[in-house]
Design a protein around this ligand. Sequence first.
Ligand SMILES: C[S@@+](CC[C@H](N)C(=O)[O-])C[C@H]1O[C@@H](n2cnc3c(N)ncnc32)[C@H](O)[C@@H]1O
Length: 221
Amino acid sequence: MSGKFKIRRMVEAARFPNVIEHTYFREINRPKGRWNEDFFKNSNSITLELGCGKGEYTLFMAGKNPDRNYIGVDIKGPRIWRGAKSALENDLGNVRFLRIFIDHLHDYFGKDEVDEIWITFPDPYLVKKSKWKKRLTSSKFLNIYRKLLKPGGIIHLKTDSVELYDFTLETIQKEGCSIVRKIDDLYSQAPDDKLLSVKTHYETIHLKDGKTIRYVAFRVG
Ligand SMILES: C[S@@+](CC[C@H](N)C(=O)[O-])C[C@H]1O[C@@H](n2cnc3c(N)ncnc32)[C@H](O)[C@@H]1O
């Protein structure tokens, strides 16, 4: 994708009715605590997909569960474009995409506003230890998720990176979270699980490279 094409998609995505874009850190019009009231017009549960890219999980879950609401969150507009366009084409009224830095998630969701979080193939930041705090399962981020998740709300992680997986398991323990389900080799141990077998863009690439996919679900407590 050329730079010009990416910019065109980013601009187009920002105009889609199912995309909310907040990249200037202005405090006005943040939908904190009002997602159901302002956008979905119901009181259904809200699930987030963080670092959603093209939003494969958001789209799959929304199609299966019309009585729940789904929000894909990512900073990259051209990727959000794909998911938002598919949601519009498939008439998925229970889907929104939010273009922000996940670091600011607590400014966009109120206490107990979110039921569940999916983190799908987050960047593992392998090279420098100083970058580990950017990992979406670091203590910094778990403390952000704590502020908006309902008590008992579950966080799901799918990853191809053994380093990120082990780091997450250590963080889970350090932060006093509780593991709900843990699968060290997803396609050997749970090949028939329809939800866990949804393949994102990055997952498809990793599978072609012969990587093992890992999954853990936990409660922040
Ligand atoms: C490796 S890609 C995975 C995309 C998608 N989930 C998939 O599996 O195909 C990681 C995504 O996370 C997004 N991301 C990483 N850190 C982020 C942050 N702090 N705020 C918003 N998006 C972030 C990137 O823009 C990118 O789209």
